[in-house]
Structure formats: C-alpha cells, structure tokens
Design a protein around this ligand. Sequence first.
Ligand code: GLA
Length: 376
Amino acid sequence: MLVQRPPMGWNTWNTFGSEINEALIRESADAFIDAGLKDAGYEYVVIDDCWSARDRDPVTHRILPHPERFPNGMKVVADYVHSKGLKFGMYSCDGVRTCADYPGSYDHEFIDAETFAEIGVDYLKYDNCYKPQNAQGPTLYRRMAMALRASGRDIVFSACNWGSDDVWTWIRGAGAHLYRSTGDIHDSPESYRSIANSQREKLGFSGPGCFNDIDMLTVGMYGKGLVGSTGCNDADYRSQFALWCMYSAPLMLGCDIRRMNEQTHKLVTNRALIRIDQDPECRPPIIIRAAHSETCVSMLKMMDNNEYALAAFNMGESDSRIPIMFTDFGLPVSAGYGFQLKNAFTGEDAGTYRDYMRPAVAAHDCVVYLAKLVRI
Ligand code: GLA
C-alpha cells in the first residue's frame, strides 16, 4: 500500500494516557465531524496504549479488550468510527509487553495482525518497549509489516522506535509507512523545539511512502493531560504546528478535540498550513540559521505548481527581526525574480521581495508565507 501524504488524525495518548474508554472514542469521533476536522483533512482516530486486558486469552492467545474500558470489544468502536466516514487506529508493541505493561506482539505478530484486521483497524502504531535483548529492531518491524500485509486488510504501519538503531536507514525497507524519529514529546517549548531541531539533517529520508513522524502534536493542550508539562502559549503552538507542516510530518492531534478553544481550532484547521504539510511532493525544507543568531532560522520548502512555503521561526526569548537572504536558498540576487508572499495565518497579501527581507517575529513565534516566484 502506498501512503502518499503524511497521515492526519488524533491520538489518545498525549492527553488521556490510560484514561481511555469507549465513550471517549465515540465522543471524539463525533467531535471530528462537528469541529470540521474531517473536512480539513484529518481522518484517523487512534487509540494508543492501555486499550487491552493485562493478559492474553489463555486458550486462543489473542489480545483481549480491557474489560472496563472497552466492555463491548473493539469492533463496535471501530464500526462507530467508520460510520462517521473516519478511519480507525490502534496500538501494539514489538516487545513482550507494551510501554504501559500490557501484552506486546512479540512472537504473536501474525495472530495479532489477524485480530487487528478482524476488528477493522486501518492504522497500527507499533512501539518498542520490552524488546528481548537478543532481538533485532529491524527484524521485529519487518515481522509485523509482513503480518499486516498478510492480514488481507490495508493497514497503515506506524513504527515507533524513537529514532533508535539508526531507524531512518532501514525503516522504509522494513515496510513502515511512518516512523517515529524521536523520544516522547511534552507540552513545553523546549520539547517541541528540540524534537524539530534534532531532525533537520534527516528530513531527506522522509517522503511519500514512509514519513518521518516527529510525534503527536501538543497544540491546544495548554499544560493539561498526561504530557502536559509546563504548557505552551499560542505563539508556541503556531510555531509547533508550522514546523510540523514545513517538515511534511504526520499531523496527529494530541489535545482533547472535544474541547478545543477558538485559537486551537483555527490553527489546526488552517487550510494554508495543511496545504503546506500535505503538498504532494513532500520535499524537505532548506533550513538556514539566521545570520548572527543562535535561535532564529528560516526555511524554504519547494512545493508543486511553482509554489513555495517560506517560514521563519524565533526560538529565542526576545522579539527579533529575522534576516532572510533568498540567495541562501539558491535564488540569484541578479535573477530578476522575487517571492510574492501571502501570510499563511491571515491569508493577507504580504508583498513581493526580490532578494532580502527581515520580518519582525516575536519570541516563540513564527511567520509563514505561501510564496510564488515571480518576475519583478
Ligand atoms: C511510548 C511512545 C508513546 C506512547 C507510549 C504508550 O512512550 O513513544 O508515544 O505510545 O509509549 O505507553
């Protein structure tokens, strides 16, 4: 199966951790529709760890649903999600136990893939805890990829080994459609910045078929929920969402989508930013550290149809002007061409610049433009 664009959806983990149940999934599927997330392109409702009983069925060796959280089994949940025109995701792990100590799929890959296919799963996140010491990571991911392929159902395979074992070098060959490249995100400026910065040199490995997954978003959490941490402000959320879009990273929301405030809703349904994330070419941006700055960067992403996305991020603590020299991206000063800009957040025209600009960017914030290269 070819996954052409970075998957978009929502995952339970960041906010809810183990506090999950059938009602939450139903309400969140409803919210997908009511909040217009489906119209904006989001499609996967993903249940992370803690959905299963502590032990497998002693006779069939199948994984069982958690008796209190999902008393009616997982199929009714999948059916409900599907009835909304959405896709259904679940979670397992390549080790003996999952990270939260539920049964993992180690040595049960094929029977578990059959179970997931019977439930109607469209997306499987596959974690990396409690891996036997003599087991090779690449082998374990290949095993599950083969089991999913043999299951008779198209299931997006979302590998989650946190960037270990030089994952970017082998994961495409191991059959995954996306791969977590970093440790777990927390809802703080330091966390999303260090995650994004750690992948600057590795974005060339990401593209149609197999995407670099820099973790679920914390946008809209404001410090609440399992990975709440210090929380972020709206400028940080703008920057986080824009960085993920510039990287063509999967957009998996992690806030409580039933209760998004207006700013969060506006940001995560922003068509211009989603257009940047979902550009069919999925090219990595050219990233330039701003002259005389440790914390400011600019990026240019080539998209189809002579469009570009141009962004500048202020990851520092003081408001700044960020110098952007287009020649750093490859445009000759003497070309007679310049970038005609439209502000991606407001939709307003932002002028045409030939070789240089110096936008004002507040601390923690960013500017993002959709751009066309025009003769001037
Ligand atoms: C790991 C993953 C997280 C989440 C938890 C669940 O830490 O990286 O994204 O799935 O396990 O236990």
